[in-house]
Design a binder for this molecule. Structure first.
Ligand code: ZN
Length: 483
């Protein structure tokens, strides 16, 4: 767009002006002779930070702190260079262009500002890559790829130190489990499977919870707790989604396939556009169409909570809205996790992150993985891709689904709603048994039911196909929770 182009031109002009002011002996240099720096920041272990949430306010608070910290870093750079020099900033990430001689100072200060806002609870890695004006124009994508790999390398060199475990005997915070508790939340009783008492929070976790309460008031959010978002059976769904291969779209790998390089202006346009789609369109879908809540929608990421029963319909709407708004140039993968609303929220966050990873492990991405958890002891391994593969081999699941396959799953799910509970459980029972001929036996059972007039012919074909595809057990699992 023209606006993005002008903004970028301004940024480059600003950088030149700042260098010009400093080295006036260089009067008359061409833009190509100036050295620019791309500065990129990426929060460390942001997933683990957000997952450190026992309750809805903890998650809201954490997400708000990330937002504020990202803005603080970007704002510092903008205050030094002007807002045009910040190419994008959202969800713990930022990218800026600066005159090379200012880069080190900006890196240090941006990091300081970020970590001041998080009070050190979440750190950020900030790096730079330098190039002259002609490289900035002609090889911007390459510079950005190099910057991202610099950030990754630096994270390996400086592994993020977790606070050391405390001596046994100290009573620890119920949220982070790492520091002694200092505050009690009288409004909250610990989850159901422990001896009931009010939750105990350490200083940092208490602040974060209070921030979450503040966020609710500020944004006029309806739900006080997860229970306010549950369906009539007491289930909520966490939906986590992000755009597929966004890095490749941004850094120009995608464009290079068409023989073009990405320009800073194009990157600026794309990131703004994707951010707006997520922030505006997907929020509308989740909140207005499904009465759920968006926890964050920044960059291309989305985390939302809806009623358990709405899980698949909302996931479908989020996916289709994104893909159609991006004019089918980008796809989106999702993780969907259904759980009891009184479970600690980190249980769901941990699982849904793994589910999204599973969906993204599919060869062409554009996938979805889902699960329903009935106990809080679930681990990432329980829902890992490897665990999925083991079940797939036995035809006990077809998860994760490619998007087209998921559509088939949804239509099979609704087609088979007419079966009685007993019929479908009998089939699932055979499928999950140890007998070596279980697939054959399940099909025989279906045919016998037809022979006795208990299953219609129109259902037979779908049922047999679902057995062959490994979808049947997924359908049995889902039909109890999804209308
Ligand atoms: Zn704590």
């Amino acid at each position: 767009s023209l606006w993005s182009h002008l903004k970028m031109t301004c940024a480059i002009a600003t950088c030149i002006y700042l260098q010009y002011g400093r080295e006036d002996e260089l009067l008359g240099k061409e833009p190509d002779d100036y050295t620019f720096a791309l500065i990129g920041g990426d929060a460390d272990r942001i997933g683990a930070y957000l997952n450190r949430s026992l309750r809805l306010p903890d998650l809201r608070g954490g997400s708000d702190i990330v937002k504020e910290a990202t803005q603080a870093a970007a704002k510092y750079i903008a205050s030094e260079l002007g807002p045009d020099c910040v190419i994008f900033s959202a969800g713990g990430n930022f990218l800026a262009v600066a005159p090379a001689f200012m880069a080190d100072d900006l890196i240090e200060k941006a990091k300081e500002e970020f970590e001041r806002a998080t009070e050190g609870e979440l750190t950020i890695t900030v790096c730079k890559v330098e190039g002259d004006g002609s490289r900035l124009k002609s090889a911007f994508g390459q510079m950005w790829r190099r910057l991202r790999s610099e950030v990754r390398k630096k994270k390996l060199v400086n592994p993020i130190e977790l606070r050391p475990g405390l001596r046994a005997g100290l009573e620890l915070c119920d949220v982070c489990g790492r520091r002694p508790w200092r505050h009690v939340d009288p409004m909250r009783i610990r989850p159901y499977d422990m001896a009931p008492r009010p939750e105990r929070l350490c200083e940092a976790c208490n602040k974060r919870r209070l921030r979450g309460l503040e966020v609710r008031a500020r944004l006029h959010l309806k739900a006080e707790s997860l229970e306010d978002l549950e369906d009539e059976d007491g289930y909520v769904a966490l939906i986590k989604a992000d755009g597929d291969s966004v890095g490749r779209v941004f850094d120009g790998s995608r464009l290079m396939e068409y023989g073009r390089e990405v320009s800073p202006a194009r990157l600026d346009f794309l990131s703004t556009y994707i951010h707006e789609v997520c922030e505006r369109e997907l929020r509308r879908v989740v909140e207005e169409d499904f009465g759920g809540e968006v926890i964050y929608a920044g960059g291309d990421d989305l985390l939302a909570i809806v009623k358990g029963r709405d899980a698949f319909e909302c996931a479908r709407a989020v996916h289709d809205t994104f893909v159609s708004t991006m004019r089918e140039q980008m796809t989106r993968s999702l993780g969907v996790l259904i759980m009891k609303s009184h479970f600690p929220i980190y249980v769901g966050l941990l699982a849904v992150s793994q589910l999204l990873d599973n969906a993204k492990s599919l060869e062409v991405k554009n996938g979805i993985d889902f699960d329903i958890i009935y106990q809080i002891g679930i681990t990432k391994e329980d829902v890992s891709y490897k665990a999925r593969e083991r079940l797939q081999k036995k035809k006990l699941t077809a998860r994760p689904y490619k998007w087209e396959k998921f559509r088939e799953f949804l239509s099979a799910l609704s087609d088979l709603m007419g079966l009685t509970e007993t019929q479908i459980y009998l089939i699932a029972d055979i499928m999950t048994s140890d007998r070596p001929d279980k697939i054959h036996a399940a099909k025989c059972f279906v045919r016998s039911q037809i022979g006795r007039g208990l299953i219609g012919y129109e259902v037979e074909e779908k049922l047999l196909k679902a057995i062959d595809d490994g979808m049947l057990v997924d359908i049995v699992m889902a039909r109890r929770r999804i209308t």
